[in-house]
Ligand binder design. Sequence first.
Ligand code: SF4
Ligand code: SF4
Length: 879
Amino acid sequence: MTGDPLLSISDLRTQFATDRGRVKAVDGVDLTVREGETVGLVGESGSGKSVTALSAMGLVDDPGEIVSGEVKLRSPELAEEFRSRRKNPGFVDGDVVDLTAAPEESLRAVRGGEMSMVFQDPMTSLNPALTVGEQVGESLRLHQYGGRKKDNWLNAVREILPKMGNDLDEQVVERAVEVLSEVGIPEPTTRVDEYPHEFSGGMRQRVLIAIALACRPGLLVADEPTTALDVTIQAQILDLINDLQDELGMSVLMITHDLGVVAETCDRVAVMYAGEIVEEGPVEEIFGNPSHPYTYTLLESIPTEEKERLTPIEGNVPDLIDMPDGCNFAPRCPWAKPECTEGDIPYLQHGPEGVDHRSKCVLDDFDTNEYGEDDALAAADHDVGEPLLETEGLKKHFSRADGLLDEWLGLDGASVKAVDGVDLTVYDGETLGLVGESGCGKSTTGRTLLRLLEPTEGRVVFAGDDLTDLGKDDLRKKRRDMQMIFQDPMSSLDPRMTVGQIVTEPLKIHDLPAEGSGDRSAREQRRERVTELLEAVGLDPNQRARYPHELSGGQRQRVGIARALAVDPDFIVADEPVSALDVSVQAQILNLMEDLQEEFGLTYLFIAHDLSVVRHICDRIAVMYLGEVVEVADTDELFADPKHPYTQALLSAIPEPDPTADTDDRVILEGDVPSPINPPSGCHFRTRCPQVIPPTDVDIDQEAYREVMNLRQRVESRNIDVEAVRAEAAAGPESGANTKAATDGGAPEDRRGTEDGGAPEDRRGTEDGGAPEDRREATDGGAADSAADTGVSSATTDTSGPTNADDDTVATLRERYFEHDLRGENRRVVDAALAALVEGDWETAESTLRERFESVCEREDPELGDEAHPAACHLYDAN
Ligand code: SF4
Ligand code: SF4
């Protein structure tokens, strides 16, 4: 349920002064965010959504300025505070604060207090020289604990040499730990003193959210909070924001270009185009009844299961300095009429009566049957032939030795195993997708199989030749047949070369055309070839004299494709070719790649993290995790019946651009991809796998077993702050629930519950890894079975064992690490291990847990078979 307006933006206009004129980044925006609701602000790059948010926060810097409009925040507390500080403040009216009229000093009290912002890139948003505790504490101190650190020489030195002293007072530290715990940072009492570089990307984003939420804001402005994250971590962060919103009752303004994120998280959506809101309404209305041509065409460019062929929006976003008269979308709108380019375009109401759904378009309705017909030819099935490229046991390890001497002396034991034994086959004429999270080794695989990186081990056979045996000259000749398209055309194209020079360069490198071929000079023939190539990729040949910076992102990627095609290759490795592009441009490039495949008989290895794109363009998909391929299948088969638990989690984390989609059974993976320097033994995925296999003789729920394995990982990495737990246990008379609340900082129960992802019972029992009875007896300390059966811990009943204080600590630890039921023997072993921990005996704790709970998944590396749909997972081992 949502309530009264909290933030009201009216007729906001923000402009930036440039040499060419004024950029109208925000041009008359009206937007309201009500109490408790999530409003999505969506649009392509340059639509003005981030500037709208920055304007609302009073964070627009020179050369930008808010030229007109109002931003009002309803906050009785702030209004009262400002009235108490100033006599008759003009920017306060009743409970409402006018942020556009408020002085900077007052805005500082609003930002981070009543309104907080989470930015896209946590690495650049966090201060690398301060601990995360200091950064959360900074916000707390400013808004809740009596002001900023003073600008004196001592604090200045502390900032430069942060280890010299951490002046967070106890209260602030306690609260910072609580907030870090709330956002799911494990062991917050320890991690509060760590620096941002010691956190993974997902954890850094959690820290940013902790800073934003430290002072319990009424409104969280989240600016692309998950864009830099993998889909699995994105699912964790969106889930976290959702839970925290429910718990704290705050409102969220979610800024994103991802329509799937909007569909899943928002109550209402405002679609921005060229500085204006062109459509706004409840999320189901916007997705179910898009009433502005831009919203409709944007939704049509998203790859979905049903679409054989994408329909891109033609043209580019207009120059915000020189806007067209009338409707900004007119130059690209398939339904534009003469009246669209004259005067102001009104907002028309749409949808059922009583629903606030407005669209800035002269049309009540438009005929969607007219749209995309010319281009909606079903993608022709292309012929797939014999294997063109095969890898066997391909490895690429990067040495971490400090220098040649270290390497020579063999001091490079800790190499990064980026690719660790990959067997792949790519068939002639097909598109094979290679997917996985960042750091899984997919790009390194692509580069290694082209021998742009020297393989550490293994073979790459291309068209019958083993590339790893070829000398320099032969390899150069072979490269004519194997080319690459890179992710970011801006950084992969030389900014000092013209388009013509960029596309001609590979021809020169390979001495093409050959001397004496044809009547005309090589120069003329190359010029003709460049013309052909530019036309083939949909560029005007007259653009050959332009430089990359003079082109749009989509045009630059077309140049990158033309360059790859110049030497007429058979095989192209496309490394995230559309991930830097907006969805409408992405559709153009995907269509182009499909057309070129048809025309030139190309074979692609398509590397991507966006699974909906991969689903659209690929015939088969190989899923990578931590340097290994874990599953390969035809695309339809993989999406219909993913076998490997990692693939299942990956597919279930994709946000669907459909607000009615059911996401209740989503698998949200815990944690991050482990380091490739020291990957987990056995199955690399076993540290996160929701279906990790318990020993056959251990009767335990799958969720509880996952928790046992998580505890084991913590014990093995000595990552439990026992002293902090002991202090917490000592703090409360009833150490159980009270201590847990203090430890968890009130984290919602259901969040941790859903993170387990659950797994069916019947997947257990392929291998007996159970500890022998006699060893377990030794572990039990001879506790009576009857006690075990009632679920009472031996550690809490054995009076000759630990003291009561230690019992409390064991109970607190158990409550901290287990949400699911542990009974009988399982509980007794866990308690015995925890009791050892409390006594500081980590080795005993480790071995006690291992003896009972060791899984086949950690002992044996699962093999990827050679059947039609193989998955490297012990769940599919033959019994
Ligand atoms: S006003 Fe005209 S040009 Fe603009 S979206 Fe509507 S129909 Fe298209
Ligand atoms: S082998 Fe075990 S840990 Fe690995 S994916 Fe299969 S069930 Fe999970």
